[in-house]
Design a protein around this ligand. Structure first.
Ligand code: FAD
Ligand code: NAP
Length: 336
């Protein structure tokens, strides 16, 4: 394995930001991971882990050693009558994995199709879309401690999965490298099709099949979301804020039309609505702007820098705070 100095990362992040890594290693096997971690340890370098770079904002220079996770492969651990259990390497393309499972009659992941990135990053924010979250299918996450190089495993409960969150984004942020994920997938064709946009796309089908759900998800996403290959972006830039009910009711007296959904005892606000109402869609900072159809997505029109993207996000959040008194939190991780 080569560990390269001053490596360009512009093609390693879907916002196409022109970052450079002090050191960079492409990691394809457990032995290469051990070697790269030992290299970082010997020079007391911080370690930054990247999968597909579809949920990060990279500043100009990333200090330390960037690991590009490229481990591939899967092991079927059990093929029973009702479920299949399989362990999948962290560098596997998430969308290809979803399609491959579906083709083999291993169901459940259809709602999560077309999410960019890798299998190893999926548990980090417990990826979710169209009413389904990764957590429902995870049995175990395998990882290596960045400081010691030792292997550790996390059961689903250990992962502390929550809405777009897990222990890997919280308590253990920047402390482990996820090497593999063990999935437990059902073989029956039950689908989750309650999400309003999905139901609408299914055109009232009473009992949709997994294949119909997959087709609908692919169609909605292609229609609604900008393809990062053509228009660089990292998906939703802001989380939907979740408020205590009393605070929400106070907000609603001032803004009766605020778009919201019940979230257990609390209330989730539509961040996209807040951004639109606060004038975010008209905002631009250099080559960074808000996507015309999707107010949560910031796009790079060509030569945007991380400074421009983050300044645009700051101005949007400030406008939302001034108008609604609600804090918007940034979803992608910021490095450098
Ligand atoms: P990266 O961007 O490389 O990394 C993200 C974070 O995970 C970083 O903190 C990184 O250090 C860490 N990380 C990555 N790999 C590992 C590893 N092996 N071990 C430890 N840490 C690691 N997300 C959703 O939840 N739902 C969506 O519907 C969705 N749609 C999207 C649509 C578009 C067009 C885009 C561009 C993004 C979308 N995302 C969505 C966000 C993103 O695709 C997901 O969060 C995805 O899981 C990121 O994967 P990645 O490999 O690109 O991770
Ligand atoms: P969308 O379906 O209109 O969703 C926009 C936002 O509104 C999402 O954050 C979604 O919350 C929320 N929402 C819509 N209907 C909801 C309901 N009935 N109950 C609760 N929340 C509701 O448009 P979209 O932007 O194309 O997103 C489609 C799906 O893909 C969503 O699940 C979204 O989260 C996911 N997505 C995520 C990213 C990302 O980077 N994180 C990027 C693109 C799409 P939820 O997030 O809880 O679904």
């Amino acid at each position: 394995m080569r560990i390269t100095a001053d490596a360009p990362l512009v093609h390693c992040n879907t916002l196409r930001l022109p970052a450079r890594a002090e050191w960079c290693a492409s990691v394809g096997t457990p032995a290469e991971l051990a070697e790269a971690l030992a290299f970082a340890r010997s020079r007391a370098l911080p370690v930054c882990v990247l999968g597909g770079g579809s949920n990060v904002v990279l500043r100009e220079r990333i200090p330390g050693c960037v690991l590009l996770m490229r481990m591939q492969g899967e092991d079927v651990l059990e093929h029973g009558d009702a479920v299949v259990r399989l362990r999948v390497a962290a560098g596997t393309c998430w969308h290809d994995f979803v399609l491959a499972c579906h083709a083999r009659g291993w169901y459940g992941l259809e709602n999560l199709a077309l999410i960019p990135g890798t299998v190893g990053a999926a548990p980090v924010q417990n990826i979710g879309a169209y009413g389904v979250e990764l957590a429902a299918f995870v049995e175990e996450v395998g990882a290596v401690d960045r400081a010691t190089g030792e292997r550790c495993t996390f059961t689903r409960a250990d992962c502390c999965f929550a809405y777009r969150h897990s222990i890997f984004k919280g308590e253990l942020a920047e402390r482990t490298v996820i090497t593999d994920v063990t999935f437990r997938l059902p073989l029956d064709a039950a689908v989750q099709a309650d999400y309003p946009a999905l139901r609408a796309a299914l055109d009232g089908a009473a009992d949709p099949t997994p294949a119909e759900v997959l087709r609908a998800v692919l169609a909605i996403r292609r229609q609604r979301l900008p393809d990062p290959q053509r228009l660089p972006n990292v998906g939703s830039f802001f989380h939907n804020p979740v408020l205590e009910r009393a605070r929400f009711e106070s907000l609603r007296t001032r803004h009766p039309d605020v778009v919201h959904w019940a979230d257990g005892e609390r209330v989730k606000l539509a961040a996209a609505w807040l951004v639109e109402q606060a004038g975010g869609k008209a905002m631009r900072e250099g080559a960074a702007r808000v996507h015309e159809r999707q107010a949560l997505v910031l796009v790079n029109d060509g030569d945007a820098t991380a400074t421009e993207v983050l300044e645009l996000a700051r101005r949007i959040a400030a406008a939302v705070a001034a108008r609604f008194g609600v804090e918007l939190r940034i979803e992608p991780a910021i490095y450098g």
